[in-house]
Ligand binder design. Structure first.
Ligand code: PHE
Length: 346
């Protein structure tokens, strides 16, 4: 029976046939098991020679099945490979690729520029309380600037009775950083800000980048140099025209507003290269100044020991100017055609 089984195995052309032979031979009801059962009726001497002989038969059959299985499987794989031909000359299907949004792109560029100037990146929550957003920044409850900020308030108050709001600027990060880290401080804080305002140059959600440097002996010259250096690096040109105007913010004293000159060339906004102010428009870019000593004190530092400068700059404005875009609202429409028009998709 062994010889016959081995012959049949050799002839088996597929895995199903092989399995049928295996069951017939080695299965519970198979002939080998039937033979095994006869061992019980034998004398001990007979069993001693018959037992090993039957085990040997089982092993030979099992080995032969394994061998044949390997051969059949290899043949099956060969056959499969032969039919599945890959044509490597066919063009690959085009998958559309995304790209970085101009706002994210600008944030990355700014983080890199300011890293070279020794500024770390700080963050704060977009849902703020009125102490960080206003009070600590020298805007008392009755301060008119609070009303001017077109604030989105939440109906609920926090556990301490503070009114909660969507931060109207990134300046609360100044407070959080000074309170949390003390001095000296050199940080930028890019992020989302909110005001209920909407036209071609204002959206209810927009982006700012805050800058803060606190140390001993910081003066206005440091602020001016830092702003000029950053704007030249950002716009990648040396002929940037800046206009510094005396201004007022409750949290800086003195305060300086900075505009950048641009012209419309071929319907695109282009910064720099205009010589004097003739024939070009100004875009308000940022507010800045020397940090008000009252703010330094509110954040728990000694204003007699530490001074500093701060600035808050519209990131979306920077992006519009750098990439020649005209309508701020398009930034947040999510229209892929607009992005690709300005070269923001491959
Ligand atoms: N927080 C001000 C704004 O949103 C900008 C600013 C920041 C001005 C820091 C001075 C200093 O308009």
């Amino acid at each position: 029976q062994v010889t016959q089984t081995l012959e049949r195995l050799h002839a088996a052309g597929d895995l199903d046939t092989l399995e049928a032979i295996r069951v017939e031979a080695l299965g519970k009801q198979g002939w080998l098991n039937a033979l095994m059962k006869t061992l019980g009726k034998m004398s001990p001497e007979e069993r001693q020679t018959e037992g090993p002989r039957l085990q040997g038969m089982r092993a030979r059959v099992a080995d032969a099945i394994e061998d044949r299985k390997a051969v059949l499987e290899a043949a099956a794989l060969e056959a499969k490979l032969a039919t599945e031909v890959l044509d490597l000359t066919l063009p690959a299907p085009q998958t559309p690729q995304g790209s970085v949004h101009p706002v994210s792109q600008v944030m990355d560029e700014l983080a890199e520029i300011f890293a070279d100037l020794g500024f770390a990146v700080a963050t704060g929550p977009e849902i703020e309380d009125e102490w960080h957003n206003f009070t600590a920044l020298n805007m008392a409850e009755t301060h008119p600037a609070r009303a001017e900020m077109d604030t989105f308030y939440f109906p609920e108050r926090d556990a301490d009775g503070n009114r909660m709001l969507l931060r109207t600027h990134t300046s609360p990060v100044q407070i959080r950083t000074m309170v949390g880290e003390g001095a000296p401080v050199r940080i930028i804080a890019p992020g989302r800000t909110y005001r209920s305002d909407s036209d071609a140059t204002h959206t209810p959600m927009f982006h700012q980048i805050e800058g803060l440097a606190i140390d001993r002996d910081i003066h206005l010259g440091h602020l001016k140099w830092t702003l000029e250096t950053f704007l030249k690096a950002f716009f990648e040109r040396d002929d940037i025209v800046l206009r510094l105007r005396p201004s007022y913010f409750p949290f800086t004293e003195p305060s300086v507003e900075v505009d950048v000159g641009y012209s419309n060339e071929g319907g695109r906004r282009v910064v720099g290269g205009h010589g004097d102010a003739e024939g070009h428009a100004w875009m308000e870019l940022l507010g800045s100044g020397m940090v008000n000593p009252r703010v330094i004190a509110a954040a728990g530092l000694d204003p007699d020991e530490y001074q500093g400068f701060a600035f808050g700059c519209g990131i979306d404005r920077l992006a519009m100017l750098k990439y020649g875009m005209n309508d701020l609202r398009a930034f947040f429409d999510g229209d892929a055609r607009w992005l690709s028009h300005y070269g923001f998709s491959p």
